[in-house]
Write a protein that binds this ligand. Structure first.
Ligand code: MLT
Ligand code: ZN
Length: 246
């Protein structure tokens, strides 16, 4: 694993707090990148900087239905995949990345031309040699999201209790079908400690929709004063953002 932090008391999103985003890099030596990294995430995705990259193609995925457990990590709600079928995922530049977990940030962490969205989903994948890639989706308010709807019963059981878990059964993560999808691509980091870099980001331009009720269900998991689990925007430092259009 890439050392995900599971304890909400270790860091939070309070702007002026001792454990807020501007302090993450000083809280533990292993988290230094959060403060001094030059390729941090999230960033604003700004049209004028996009390069149309002919080397990008549609994302090949081979997800399989897997056993999944929903967990309240205090700073977010995570769906963790496990079991014999777990571990299928996507292929980028001939490297296979296996789906480990997905989770949500509200409001969105990335922005497009400065615009922030209600919700952002991160599907975290890892290769055999420990490289990480995240596939992200924005949500706007609208129709019910069927995937979140299918998790509603278990979500309600874990929203109040940090570290609580609910086995949800076999979940099919096929929802990533990039064949006809536009996406942004850049190299960044994890958006929470340890903020490890060289993370390949793939951010769908096509958005999902979510109802206010569904959004609230996810948001109650964030118990600190800030009522957010979005890390502030980070410096781009001349990093190019590529755009794939089918
Ligand atoms: C991220 O998307 O970078 C995450 O929030 C890291 C994690 O899964 O803990
Ligand atoms: Zn995330």
């Amino acid at each position: 694993g890439h050392g995900e932090v599971e304890d909400e008391t270790e860091f939070n999103y309070e702007k002026e707090g001792d454990k807020g985003p501007s302090k993450w890099g000083t809280l533990k030596p292993e988290w230094a990148m959060c403060g001094k990294g030059k390729m941090q995430s999230p960033i604003d995705l700004w049209d004028k900087r996009f390069l149309l990259d002919p080397n990008l193609g549609y994302l090949r995925s081979n997800y399989l239905p897997s056993n999944a457990t929903l967990k309240n990590r205090g700073h977010d709600i995570m769906l963790k995949f496990e079991g014999v079928n777990a571990g299928r995922g996507i292929t980028i530049n001939d490297t296979e990345y296996q789906l480990q977990q997905l989770h949500w940030h509200s409001p969105s962490e990335h922005t497009i031309n400065g615009k922030r969205f209600f919700l952002e989903e991160h599907m975290v994948h890892e290769s055999k040699d420990g490289r990480i890639t995240v596939v992200a989706f924005f949500y706007k308010l609208g129709r019910l999201d069927p995937f979140l709807f299918s998790l509603e019963r278990q979500l309600k059981r874990i929203t109040d209790t940090h570290e609580s878990e609910e086995y949800v059964g076999v979940i099919d993560p096929i929802r990533v079908d990039f064949e006809s999808k536009h996406y942004y691509r850049y190299i960044g980091s994890l958006t929470s400690p340890p903020c490890s870099e060289n993370v390949i980001w793939t951010i769908s331009k096509e958005m999902k929709t979510v109802t206010l009720k569904q959004l609230d269900l996810l948001r109650v998991s964030v118990h600190d004063q800030s009522n957010t689990n979005a890390r502030p925007l980070q410096r781009k430092n001349e990093r190019p953002v590529a755009f794939y259009t089918p």
